[in-house]
Design a protein around this ligand. Structure first.
Ligand code: ADP
Ligand code: MG
Length: 837
């Protein structure tokens, strides 16, 4: 073996830097030459000695120094993948896992059967795999199956500086796994790789690593980068400012690639289009023609899709019947959680095909064909082939210009960049602790990120970075980006950790621990959902709080933890084995997980033509929603019935982009729902083999009683999102008209106008989320019968009324529904739901 047992390591004589096993690699001479230029090559010996001597090693080095591509190769050559074991490498982003596995395979002249990747829904791992790139979520799931990770001899946590939640947890878990493996005399090596030098959270954390691991710094040949600040900070239009800056650089400055940082996919595409029109080159259509054709083409498409939509509408008239759903994809067993970052972009990604927005503004600008510019987009969900283009040299006589999101900051290094244009912003999900309201916000980056971005310009020669903000603004930036774990709710993590029998989550060695309040809120929710055992109420408050933070998991919780969805949704799935509700619950949960199934139609229109299109679509979507929601019981399931109906109808229509476009559905979201349905179905079958009948779930429309059960299941899952309509006698003033009261918010909340229950105003509802625009709006609303509340949601009730027959009432001070244990439920209302799992 390459190393002795870590416990004895220090007393043993130094092991040789290269173990006896040396696996030769047959690289091409060109590749070898290119490798030798990388700074990390001169550190190979130091790194490998440190790895041999210490169980945990930290490797730091500028982006592009060769950490990701080279360290796995060093380990391979040193025999760390002999005896059928695997070198595992985790990445926070899917795009990096795929790209890096391809690159390393190519450098080593090995097939992707040997150097492979695994991400949420796909992978090419085989029996022969020796180096496996994966997203951090994939490894976390593997730990649940095999806590000791016995098939790995080394695990590399890459991009640890990103501080993604799963990376943080992996570091904490692996610190323990490493010592367990040492005790078993099957040592596991952990290598943490990071781009910036800020590793104190890892090294100065006694609880995480009692003995600080050695840090190896890779010096890179970084050329000086001149940073130019804007005199003032543009307030709104940083995209326009980017455009102007790129034009200037391209017209006036010497050769060298340009890299632009923007915040999201839609912005990236808009700027790419604008730049391509401004600087066309051979092989591209001249811009005027492109523009014209665009609008003609779009009108034609619109007319055609309207005709198709009419046809499709006729086709959707009969209720969904036995064969209405196409076969689900095979799904595969890769039910892992995925890094958030990718999802965020996805949630925001506008459907390009539907994007009718014209670029406006530069209509008067003459295209300049004398300065060809090779413009390429780069963001995490770009197809791998298109993403690989940024590594190719640009066509002769053109200048490369890559317009990227944050992925280009550290995950991928683009060759030949001399100019960086940095808008200074980044898009991040923002959670409101109290309300649970989440939104995407564009915020300033940190100083460390801004410097990292600037550094991209000095890789091959001295470069320039243009910051579209002033130095005063820069000095107000946070020094470092905050760890993600401190900015989001943690109930899913707490559940996963409890499932790993880590009961005292407060004691877990997080690199940066989440706040105790966040942990408490998570435990409280999980207790209410029945996933954790409630502590004894008799204990004194303080003890109660302490014991709250160490509640063990329940059988229901274990089932819930196997589903790759948020705990509220997992509860719904766990409950829906009854009455044949599973396929419907799976569909509803999949559709809720993939946010924003419907296209954003409230956006401002750039032209009259677009306005007409949007209006037409809005009317059509409203009509379809009413149709999908149906009447009676089905309408009471509300927006969730709409999701069920929309997915059903779309699958019936072959899940075509045309159907989606015609009905205002996001095609990409629909594909994601389909994949998630397949994945959840597979998971259900694994958890509960008797449910085998769901392998190929063909759904008839739910019966009326099934719809009612679904409503109860949804109520049980979204219990903490219960809202009660403010009755006229409680009306304090006009702002409460048609309003709802939730336990946590003082302000009124309203049913969102896009909801099918907007006019129905049921007395009690549960909602998926609250979004704040002009008012607080509930989205994803479903009606609840009050009589269900004490039975399904006892945790949110107070049973302290006298035993006679008070009507269920609402206590605004406590923010809770006051119900009687012997409420009307047993006499009226629905038959007692069998909610045991
Ligand atoms: P680090 O992980 O330290 O940031 P990498 O190992 O990702 O560095 O990159 C090392 C070098 O390999 C960089 O110069 C980068 O440009 C190059 N590289 C990475 N992937 C590719 C690729 N697919 N094609 C060409 N060059 C690549
Ligand atoms: Mg890297």
């Amino acid at each position: 073996t390459p190393a002795g047992t870590p416990a004895a390591a220090s007393s043993l004589p130094r092991p040789p830097a290269k173990p006896a096993v040396f696996i030769p690699v047959n690289r091409s001479p060109e590749m070898q030459k290119e490798r030798l230029k990388l700074p990390i090559l001169s550190e190979e010996q130091v790194i490998m000695e440190a790895v041999a001597e210490h169980p945990i090693v930290i490797v730091c080095g500028e982006t592009g120094s060769g950490k990701t591509t080279q360290v796995p190769q060093f380990l391979y050559e040193a025999g760390y993948s002999s005896d059928d074991s695997i070198i595992g490498v985790t990445e926070p982003r899917r795009v990096a896992a795929v790209a890096m596995s391809q690159r390393v395979a190519k450098e080593m002249n090995l097939s992707q059967r040997v150097v492979s990747y695994q991400i949420r829904y796909e992978g090419n791992v085989t029996e022969e795999t020796r180096i496996k790139f994966m997203t951090d979520g994939v490894l976390l799931k593997e730990i649940q199956k095999d806590f000791l990770l016995l098939k790995y001899k080394v695990v590399i946590i890459d991009e640890a500086h990103e501080r993604s939640v799963y990376t943080d947890i992996l570091v904490g878990l692996l610190s323990r796994i490493v010592s367990l493996r040492a005790k078993k005399l099957l040592p596991l090596k952990l290598i943490i790789m990071s781009a910036t030098l800020r590793v104190e959270d890892f090294t100065q954390n006694q609880r995480l690593f009692p003995e600080p691991p050695p840090v190896i710094k890779v010096e890179s040949r970084q050329f000086p980068v001149t940073v130019h600040f804007n005199k003032r900070t543009p307030l709104e239009d940083y995209s326009g400012e980017c455009f102007r800056k790129v034009c200037k650089i391209h017209r006036m400055l010497p050769a060298g690639g340009i890299l632009v940082f923007l915040t999201g996919q839609a912005e990236v595409h808009a700027l790419c289009r604008r730049l391509r029109r401004a600087f066309p080159h051979v092989g591209r259509r001249p811009p005027a023609q492109e523009g014209q054709e665009d609008s003609v083409e779009k009108t034609r498409k619109f007319k055609k899709s309207r005709a198709r939509a009419r046809k499709a509408q006729a086709a959707t008239l009969p209720p969904v019947s036995l064969d209405n759903y196409s076969v689900l994809p095979a799904g595969g067993g890769d039910e892992d959680r995925e890094a958030e970052m990718d999802e965020e972009e996805e949630a925001l990604g506008s459907d390009l095909d539907l994007d009718l927005g014209d670029d406006g503004g530069d209509a008067g600008e003459q295209p300049d064909a004398s300065h060809p510019l090779h413009v390429l987009p780069l963001y995490s969900l770009l197809a791998p082939e298109r993403q690989a283009q940024v590594f190719q040299p640009p066509p002769k006589g053109t200048r490369l210009c890559v317009v990227a999101t944050n992925v280009a900051e550290t995950s991928l290094t683009i060759p030949g960049i001399k100019y960086v244009v940095d808008c200074g912003k980044v898009k991040k999900r923002h959670y409101d602790r109290v309300t649970g309201v989440s939104s995407f916000r564009i915020t300033w980056v940190s100083q460390a990120s801004a410097d990292q971005r600037a550094g991209r310009a000095g890789r091959t020669e001295p470069g320039h970075c243009y910051r579209l903000y002033s130095s005063a603004v820069f000095s107000d930036f946070e020094p470092f980006p905050p760890a993600e774990i401190t900015r989001r709710p943690v109930e899913d993590l707490v559940l996963q950790m409890k499932a790993l029998s880590i009961d005292k989550v407060v004691n877990f060695p997080f690199p940066t621990p989440p706040s105790v309040e966040a942990l408490l809120a998570a435990e409280e929710l999980l207790i209410a959902l029945g996933a954790l055992q409630a502590p004894q109420r008799t204990e004194r408050m303080k003890q109660l709080q302490r014991s709250r933070l160490s509640c063990p998991i329940t059988a229901l919780g274990r089932t819930m933890a196997t589903f790759p969805v948020a705990p509220r949704f997992a509860k719904m799935l766990a409950l829906s084995r009854q009455h044949g509700c599973l396929p419907y619950a799976i569909t509803i949960v999949a559709a809720m997980t993939v946010r924003e199934l419907f296209e954003e139609l409230d956006r401002p229109a750039a032209s009259d033509q677009e306005l007409a299109v949007l209006r037409g679509k809005r009317a059509r979507v409203a009509q379809m929603k009413r149709r999908w929601a149906g009447q009676g019981a089905s309408l009471k399931l509300g927006d969730l019935m709409v999701l069920l109906g929309a997915v059903g109808a779309c699958e019936y229509a072959g899940c075509s982009p045309q159907f989606c476009e015609a009905n205002g559905l996001r095609y990409k979201a629909m594909l994601e729902i389909r994949r998630l349905r397949g994945q959840l179905t597979t998971t259900v079958n694994t958890v509960c083999p008797e449910a085998g009948l769901f392998v190929d779930p063909k759904m008839e429309p739910p019966s009326e009683s099934q719809v009612t059960y679904l409503r109860q299941i949804v109520t049980a899952g979204l219990g903490d999102h219960l809202a009660r309509r403010v009755q006229s006698e409680d009306l304090l003033d006009d702002k409460w008209r048609n309003a709802y009261k939730t336990p946590l918010l003082d302000d009124p909340v309203f049913i969102h106008p896009s909801s099918v229950l907007f006019k129905e105003l049921p007395d009690f509802v549960v909602y998926q989320e609250i979004v704040e625009t002009t008012k607080m709006y509930m989205k994803g609303v479903s009606a609840v019968e009050v009589s269900w509340v004490p039975v399904l949601l006892p945790a949110y009730c107070q049973f302290d009324q006298p035993l006679e027959e008070p009507p269920p009432a609402y206590c605004p001070e406590k923010g809770r529904v006051l119900c009687h244990r012997t409420s009307t439920f047993y006499r009226v209302g629905w038959p007692l739901p069998a909610v045991q799992v």
